[in-house]
Design a protein around this ligand. Structure first.
Ligand code: C2O
Ligand code: CU
Length: 457
């Protein structure tokens, strides 16, 4: 089986070096401290005031878009009593969280889908502090677009004393001429391109988010891209911002965030001290679509100065360098492509297989079986010309190379943007047993089959 193909057998020196750096347990990993934090979440159709005053018919968690922000401390147990008041089946997936497989929210793989009128209790103790989010894993391209997503923040056991902790949730909406969410989901155009790119971008539901800070304030700014397809690259140059976490996990050391892309699903945390006042607001612009840079938010620095809190950056996590990882032969090469056919007319495939009718499938075979605690190098070859932000459930990985050129990112990820015709190498040590999904986070691509299951034993 998989053991004979393992990189460890073929390049023992490199694999030993890799394993010495990381044995599969993160030093900060939480043990449950016995404290349970309970929340009720209801998913239902409703109308909200969004986009600065317009009434929008949405599907929402607890009547709000973005959904509720769940905040717990590392070591605490999250208990969510979920009820589905939607006209469709659904589940909640906890994106990026290392949790027991049965709580991962993948229909028919980790739980039965929650029927309309049904309930489910999610209960787990996150192992890592950081910025996470949750969203349905049934008909995601429709349910997430209609407004179903929320943020889960797991604070450190002793949170660093920032002046403020600010969350920005970026979303991209495709509104029809009447100003409502365009009900044509999974169109041929969106399926054959980079998913559904909309015509209105919001931050926390606002057309242009506004943040007012005082000189001297040191804030932790967390950002999530909850869009179906749009990639954003927020430009903070001029603010001396430091990137301290990506996809929830702290960096080895803080770096300049220039060029960091937020593909659908990605998060980043910034550490920003505002040490002067500004005459005019600082506008955070999205530079990914350089033809039309979108303004995301305005930051106004005004008022009485405060003494900046001084403390060491929390970004000093153990992130293995894995310098010899590229000497370890790849354990598996995933091939990403498309073809005509299937229920939507186009199928997106991983290794020639399309995972369609997600919620109906009962026994999808795993594409790969990995051993818990082993070091793996995995390769993705994008044989298509489109973007694929690939997301692994239940595990973090490090990006090693793009098109064979080594990349040294001092952080883990759970989602990486793969460009058209690009080859990407990743390294990971799966830490939790179970059946974990891997898929493209362009939700239209996922809906058209670009999903698979990886078993970890
Ligand atoms: Cu946020 Cu399976 O995804
Ligand atoms: Cu894709």
């Amino acid at each position: 089986t998989s053991c004979s193909k393992q990189g460890t057998a073929e390049s023992p020196r490199a694999a030993r070096t890799a394993l010495r750096e990381f044995t599969g347990a993160y030093p900060w990993e939480a043990r449950p401290n016995g404290k349970v934090r309970s929340f009720d979440i209801v998913a239902e159709p409703t109308e909200v005031e969004l986009l600065d005053g317009r009434r929008l018919r949405v599907w929402a968690y607890n009547g709000q878009v973005p959904g509720p922000q769940l905040r717990i401390r590392l070591g605490e147990t999250l208990r969510v009593r979920f009820s589905n008041k939607l006209p469709q089946e659904t589940t909640i997936h906890w994106h990026g969280v290392r949790l027991p497989n049965a709580m991962d929210g993948v229909p028919n793989a980790t739980q039965p889908p929650v029927k309309p009128g049904g309930t489910f209790v999610y209960e787990f103790t996150p192992k890592d502090a950081g910025t996470y989010w949750f969203h349905p894993h049934v008909r995601g391209s429709e349910q997430v677009e209609r407004g179903l997503y929320g943020v889960l923040i797991v604070e450190d056991a002793n949170p660093p004393p920032y002046s403020r902790d600010v969350m920005w949730v970026v979303d991209d909406w495709l509104l029809d001429p009447t100003g409502q969410v365009d009900p044509r989901f999974n169109t041929r155009h969106d399926l054959s391109h980079d998913g559904r790119w909309g015509n209105v971008i919001t931050v926390n539901g606002h057309l242009r988010e506004a943040l007012s800070v005082r000189p001297g304030e040191r804030i932790r700014l967390r950002m999530l891209n909850s869009s179906n397809g749009r990639v954003v690259m927020p430009d903070f140059s001029g603010l001396a911002a430091k990137l301290i976490a990506v996809d929830g996990m702290y960096l080895r050391e803080p770096i300049d965030p220039a060029g960091i892309e937020l593909a659908p699903g990605n998060r980043m945390d910034l550490d920003i001290t505002f040490n002067q006042s500004l005459a005019a607001p600082f506008t955070v612009v999205d530079r990914f679509s350089s033809r039309r840079p979108n303004a995301l938010a305005d930051i106004v620095i005004e008022g009485e100065p405060v003494e900046p809190p001084t403390f060491e950056s929390p970004a000093r996590a153990h992130v293995p360098a894995w310098k010899t990882a590229l000497e370890v032969p790849e354990h598996h090469t995933f091939r990403l492509n498309a073809r005509g056919g299937g229920p939507l007319g186009i199928e997106w495939t991983i290794d020639g297989k399309a995972f369609v009718d997600h919620a109906q499938h009962h026994h999808e075979e795993p594409i790969l079986t990995l051993t818990q605690g082993q070091f793996y190098r995995l390769r993705y070859v994008n044989e298509s010309a489109r973007l694929h932000p690939i997301h692994h459930h239940g595990m973090f990985f490090r990006l090693l190379a793009r098109n064979g050129v080594p990349v040294d990112e001092p952080f883990f990820r759970d989602t990486v943007l793969i460009r058209g015709r690009e080859t990407v190498d990743l390294a990971m040590v799966p830490t939790d047993v179970g059946s974990w999904m891997v898929h493209c986070h362009i939700l239209e691509h996922a809906e058209a089959g670009m999903m698979a299951l990886i078993d970890v034993r």
